[in-house]
Design a protein around this ligand. Structure first.
Ligand code: 6GU
Length: 244
């Protein structure tokens, strides 16, 4: 944890800044990219806190094993329930109100609505899965919410945890530079964003669409809405209301 309390801290429930505990075999991957730019400056300012926890520190055998062969046979290794339980109980003792999340490709897809809810809460305890998976008894007995960031397989949950935290941190009070830009962006309006242009007015012979230089704000708003619908229909028809 860094920095002193700021005005942004007391708007979340009087409970201090958003606090993320990340349980991982690779704590050196954190804060990683979240240590620079918007998220990094907010971390240094104490608007959020990050506590990486080395799962291996909670192993009990001489060789500090955190995984074992899958019951019933098969390839790969499974993370042990007892080791992970000890790590979770140390990072989030009884009474810790933060949601507990397991990053896994088997999880429910992460959505902007879930990101918004997390950002409004006290923080998160995030378990990064590795190997073939995690003992399912641990998932149920510690109430882990299984979350995926998309339909592809990563080598571990760490990069997925960084994605989730990036999405959350930019919504925390005082973190995002231009607060109005949050209201028009993709997934907040329910549509993908319209295309954007800036200077120069002609690039390699291609002009900016003239409507954007017309000064007619009604026409501009209509063009942007139509373009947002067109792009969404082409790329993500699943986001459109039925019949659009
Ligand atoms: Cl959360 N973890 C891993 N290992 N792979 C993923 C994922 C998570 N989400 C999509 N692919």
């Amino acid at each position: 944890m860094t920095g002193v309390p700021t005005a942004a801290d007391d708007v979340r429930d009087g409970a201090g800044p958003f606090r993320a505990s990340v349980l991982t075999l690779y704590p050196e991957m954190f804060p990683g990219p979240l240590g620079v730019s918007l998220a990094g400056r907010a971390l240094e300012a104490g608007r959020w806190a990050l506590e990486p926890v080395q799962i291996r520190d909670f192993a009990t055998d001489r060789h500090r094993h955190v995984d074992d062969t899958p019951a019933g046979g098969g390839p790969g290794m499974v993370m042990r329930a007892d080791v992970l339980a000890a790590a979770i109980d140390a990072a989030a003792p009884e009474g810790d109100r933060r949601p507990r999340i397991l990053m896994t490709p088997r999880g429910r897809p992460l959505t902007q609505a879930r990101v918004r809810a997390l950002a409004a809460g006290p923080g998160a305890v995030i378990v990064c899965g590795r190997f073939e998976g995690v003992d399912d008894r641990l998932v149920r007995r510690r109430g882990l919410e299984e979350v995926s960031i998309g339909d592809y397989v990563l080598s571990g949950g760490e990069i997925a945890a960084l994605v989730l935290l990036d999405a959350v941190v930019r919504l925390l009070p005082g973190v995002m530079g231009n607060d109005a830009s949050g209201e028009t962006e993709s997934f907040e309006t329910g549509l993908l964003e319209h295309p954007q242009y800036t200077r120069p007015p002609v690039f390699e012979g291609e002009p900016i669409p003239p409507v954007l230089l017309s000064g007619d704000h009604g026409r501009i708003a209509r063009w942007r809405r139509e373009e947002a619908e067109r792009v969404t229909r082409e790329r993500r028809p699943d986001l459109l209301p039925p019949g659009r």
